[in-house]
Ligand binder design. Structure first.
Ligand SMILES: [Zn+2]
Length: 405
């Protein structure tokens, strides 16, 4: 048995209940002072007073530190290969994202880069990013396809996602994303191929946990999303959707009414959409890294969602086009500064609520029986929003792996 004691933390942040936190649940977040955490074989077994180490225990001295749950990044586009800085430069000169996409840039450019790279190139590039994410406190992350755009290339990206998972300490959840309409096909033809061929094959190979579709005027509409939803339900997969990012397509409402696990982005969410999400168990996944990168003036109605009791989660949306951002502490900064979340709300959204989005009940909180996924900060939680250019993460425990500075 391996035993790890995180001793003498100045503060340990704990949540009141199991499952996601919404509405008045935020008021019950508790900060334990001068406390320790004992872990055995990668699981938390006690919180509070420290057992005396017996000489064989691994000990992390957390004096002066705040211990929070490991971050769960519930929305990334890894694995991919290569950056698209020239598109960002074009955007900074006034070109719209929709226009970059329309000229075979954007998603099509990443699909071309992925197709031209070897499997080893893609893995090396993606492992490097995931390793940096771990140093910044991300102990679980989502991976997606969507840069394949043929059945075989989508399957290759999903298999690479599973290989990436074997190469990093973090746990992953893998999503098949219906991302862009391939050249020479209609949107309806591609959705039919995905439902009839790609999803059954991906399930047969145990590659995926969820399905996602990009509903936007430049991609798919709600009829396509409904078709994907039926296919996902038949295969027992969670349903997610890129919703209302560039325009109000009523996708937030649709997701809530169709029992989707999440609706992600939501910059243009309507008043009806706010009400529908607040009344549902569909998570509003907010991705402020994309708003920041695209310099979008239209922000999601985050305060209305939280105050109305919606289940709000955060992710990086790490991708080479619209959110080349992989740090959850930075995403928390952006969520607070751009969207008006309070630091504790952002922390919960980045941990307990994000793990709920991935269907994982054994993490996202510091509790007896939960995975030993812990982040040590050398500052109080409020500093995550207050001092955005400081790197506050001084140690990370990811199950059986512990890294510290
Ligand atoms: Zn995305």
């Amino acid at each position: 048995m391996s035993r790890l004691i995180v001793r003498n933390a100045a503060r340990i942040v704990t949540y009141p209940t199991e499952g996601p936190i919404r509405g008045p649940g935020f008021d019950d977040v508790t900060i334990l002072e001068n406390a320790s955490i004992v872990c055995e074989d990668g699981i938390i077994v006690s919180i509070g007073g420290a057992d005396e180490p017996d000489g064989t225990d691994d000990v992390i001295d957390a004096t002066g530190c705040t211990v929070i749950p490991g971050f769960v990044d519930c929305h990334t586009h890894l694995p991919f290969f290569g950056w698209r800085a020239e598109e960002d430069a074009a955007r900074l000169s006034g070109v719209r994202y929709q226009d970059i996409h329309g000229t075979q840039g954007g998603i099509f450019r990443s699909a071309a880069l992925l197709a031209a790279a070897t499997d080893e190139d893609v893995l090396r590039f993606s492992v490097e990013l995931a390793t940096s994410m771990l140093r910044k406190g991300t102990t679980t992350l989502e991976l997606k396809s969507g840069y394949g755009l043929t059945i075989e290339a989508e399957l290759r990206q999903l298999r690479l996602a599973r290989r990436l998972a074997l190469s990093i300490p973090q746990d992953v959840s893998v999503t098949c994303l219906v991302h862009a309409v391939p050249g020479g096909k209609t949107a309806g033809e591609w959705v039919a191929e995905v439902c009839d061929v790609l999803l059954p094959k991906a399930v047969e190979e145990s590659l995926i946990d969820a399905v996602d579709i990009y509903v936007e005027t430049i991609a798919f509409d709600l009829e396509h999303a409904a078709r994907i939803a039926h296919a996902a339900e038949a295969l027992g997969l969670r349903k997610r959707v890129h919703a209302d990012q560039l325009a109000d397509n009523q996708t937030g409402s649709f997701a809530a009414r169709w029992g989707f696990t999440s609706a992600d982005h939501l910059n243009h969410l309507s008043a009806d959409g706010i009400a529908d999400l607040c009344e549902s168990d569909t998570a509003a996944v907010l991705l402020p890294g994309a708003t920041f990168t695209l310099r979008q003036s239209k922000k999601p109605p985050a305060r209305s969602l939280i105050d109305g009791g919606a289940l709000v989660a955060l992710g990086t949306d790490l991708n080479p086009g619209t959110s080349p951002i992989h740090s959850m502490p930075f995403v928390i900064t952006l969520a607070c500064r751009l969207y008006g979340l309070r630091p504790i709300e952002a922390l919960v959204a980045a941990t307990a609520n994000a793990s709920h989005v991935l269907g994982l009940t054994d993490r996202g909180r510091i509790a007896v029986g939960a995975r030993a996924d812990l982040v040590l900060l050398d500052v109080p939680v409020d500093h995550l929003a207050y001092r955005p250019d400081e790197d506050p993460v001084v140690g990370v425990v990811c199950g059986l792996e512990a890294a510290r500075r």
